[in-house]
Design a protein around this ligand. Structure first.
Ligand code: GDP
Ligand code: MN
Length: 350
């Protein structure tokens, strides 16, 4: 889950990372109140989850109330790269001597935490460290604690600034929380309320599905996260692109299959649906019954290609065959590769 800058800064503050005093506003009047509380001069900052807000005119310096009114009025309602600005963050403006970059993220290949630091303007980070050892080292330690104890996928400060007074300070915050750690963080509930999801993901969440929306044209349903990921890879390998990741997990009853098909069907860019099931605990005949029943409930815009293997796969295929579903609606392929090829061929022809 991605946080807005103001939420990221609140999160940073919990770990003692220095940020500027400020407040959130969704009207011009509120922005004026927040500016007075923060103290002039202030920066008025568009709260959208996209980079380059400064260049897009979404970040403005204001020296007095009149300027706050002007900038807040301009920025609220602004469209920045397709993101509507509904709130501005107003904070005390900082003097900047140098701007740096610092982030913690995962290096998945190395299975390690990755710290990235960069220094612009020819200043060596060592020189900064010499001038302000306390500041740099301690902020990195705090950022690391935020990343690990705070269960982040990404904790990024860009820019991390050096003030003329020698202090180090976070001027921006990009925080992405690890959804799998949500059970440890009841306080994340407030972030869910403002979360920006695409409509497909909202529908999937309502139905309790493990779904991630992607940009391609082949809708994917698989049982197990690993198999779903492999399915995306194979679709890619044979020249297609997946419209989503969807793991229906261990069960594959009619309710679950209907829900999965409904979410996929909702996506206008889906041109074919690839169902990839390897039965273990999940039994082939249950999957087949689930699909037959789901087809009675959901009228699909795109044809299905299914690869059904593993436990009771033959029984499952028999059920699909005897249900008399036309080839134009559902076809069965013996392997994952052949199924992916067929699904991609349909998607790319449309
Ligand atoms: P982004 O463009 O969306 O990444 O937004 P940032 O919050 O990183 O701001 C972009 C740039 O605006 C920064 O790199 C700074 O140069 C400038 N900026 C932001 N806040 C302040 C501030 O308090 N004082 C000054 N002088 N510049 C600021
Ligand atoms: Mn930034």
């Amino acid at each position: 889950m991605d946080l807005f800058e103001y939420q990221g800064k609140q999160y940073f503050a919990r770990f003692d990372i220095p940020v500027s005093p400020g407040g959130i506003a969704d009207t011009v009047e509120e922005a004026v109140v927040q500016a007075a509380a923060a103290g002039y001069p202030v920066v008025v900052k568009a709260q959208v989850q996209v980079g380059g807000r400064g260049k897009a005119g979404g970040i403005k310096l204001a020296n007095n109330e009149e300027e706050v009114r002007l900038h807040a009025a301009n920025i609220l309602g602004m469209d920045i790269k397709g993101h509507l600005v509904e709130r501005v963050w107003v904070e005390y403006a900082s003097d900047i001597a140098e701007e740096y970059y610092a982030s913690f993220t995962l290096d998945r290949a190395a299975k390690k935490h990755l710290l990235m630091l960069s220094v612009e303007g020819g200043v060596e980070i060592e020189a900064v460290a010499e001038k302000s050892v306390e500041g740099v080292a301690s902020i990195l330690v705090k950022l690391y604690r935020c990343f690990t104890e705070g269960d982040c996928d990404l904790a990024e400060i860009n820019p991390l600034i050096l003030k003329p007074t020698g202090e180090i300070h976070a001027l921006d915050a990009k925080v992405s929380l690890d959804n799998n750690a949500e059970f440890r963080h009841p306080e994340w509930a407030e972030y869910r309320e403002t979360e920006v999801l695409d409509e497909r993901e909202l529908l999937a969440r309502e139905k309790g599905l493990q779904y991630i929306g992607l940009q391609g044209s082949v809708g994917i349903i698989a049982n197990g996260a690993g198999l779903a990921m492999s399915t995306l890879d194979v679709v890619n390998q044979v020249g297609g692109s997946a419209a989503n990741f969807l793991d229906i997990g261990g069960g594959a009853n009619a309710d679950l299959m209907s829900a999965a098909l409904e979410v996929i069907n909702y996506d206008q860019s889906v041109k074919s649906i690839l169902i990839n099931i390897f039965g273990g605990i999940t039994r082939g005949e249950e999957v087949a019954k689930g699909i037959v029943e789901a087809l009675n409930r959901v009228s699909l815009r795109a044809p299905i290609v299914i690869r059904l293997d593993g436990t009771n796969a033959e029984e499952g295929r028999q059920i699909l065959l005897s249900a008399g579903i036309p080839e134009s609606v559902l076809q069965s392929k013996p392997t994952m590769l052949e199924a992916a090829r067929a699904a991609v061929a349909i998607a790319n022809a449309n």
